[in-house]
Design a protein around this ligand. Sequence first.
Ligand code: FHN
Length: 422
Amino acid sequence: MQDRIPASPLTPAQKRRLKWFRDARFGMFIHWGVYSQPARGEWMMHREGIPVAEYEGLVDTWQPGHDVARNWARLARRAGMKYMVFTTKHHDGFCLWDTDMTDYNAVRRGPKRDLVGEYVEACRAEGLRVGLYYSLRDWHHPDGSTCVTDEEGRRRFLDFTQGCVRELMSRYGKIDILWYDGPGPLSTPEAWESEKMNGMVRDLQPGILINNRSLLPEDFGTPEGHLQAAPEGRAWEACMTLNGSWCYAPTPPEDWLPVRQILRMLNTVAAGDGNLLLNIGPRADGSIPEIAVDRLEAVGEWLGKYGEALYGPADRVEKGLSWSNIGYWSLKGRTGYLWMLRGGWPGPTFGIGGLRVPGKRQPEGGLGAKVERVTFLDTGKEIEFDSEPGRIVLKGLPKRCPDPIAHGPVLKIEFGNNPKRQ
Ligand code: FHN
């Protein structure tokens, strides 16, 4: 969802509570529910016009495996992810915790387990921050659609919604992110009483981050399916799938993002001072598709070598620097990182243009900085280079790409002062 709601500059309190999030950069999204059984999409109930009573049958056949949340958290950690966001209730209305607001929940029916509690414990056991996804849209609640025209129905539905959110914010200890979704069918923050609801949330969870999907800007924007940086200063988190489906779907291998494409997305969020929330859709039993494990483990191995280019405070890369013919930049003060994920390995020698070297002919859009040192980020090995007007020419590079994981090493380029567009 784009930042349709203009956000005012961050307050000091927002900057403080956003620090861990912006440094973390990378999180795991998990879509898992009764809809993971038929594996025809989490919108199946709506898209196939399945009557509520028929859909409810899925609840009683759902048999999640044990320790599954811990496996997700272990994979997230191995992938270099720092937080997770889990679907506590999707649009189908089935609550994965023991809510007092409805018996349509995973403790009183079907699994007879507090799946939210298991997830929260798993996050903490693996040292990950805890995000809870809650869908405001609800196709099961009797007032979930009539709330638009029936004022008494809206009141009942808001009481249900606020009751569920209150439980999630008060039964599981410290929660780091409240990730609202599906703000339909009500279309304004006033209709949702978002100000009042989020005030209650912040009273219960003073340090929590709230996304923009209760139709108020709150703490961060949520571009979906694309990586559109929010306006300067505004925190943003792009949510993406690995294979085009949020919940489990047996898609063919060609549907799954290649590792280099995932790393390219991570570069984009690093260069734009944003976050990537990358989704897995576990099977109904909670197991993770092996291809997802492979992809995320490779990303984690790569971040183990080059993570400095991703994590932590970053400066936004100005347009002129954002890409080159051989890779993509990210920037932290005087240090540029060239993620060499474009094309093939150009060694043993190649130039890096668009650099403004003081005192010599300057190309349009160059950087106002002198390059002082170039190294391979993973090993620290120095790379020789010649400085020429507007460019440096690297020399003595290996003939073969030194990165076997994604054929894309990162060069660390240290400038004499803060590089900036002239
Ligand atoms: O309708 C949902 C969809 O099923 C999925 O949960 C995504 C994830 O961001 N959110 C909504 C579509 O924007």
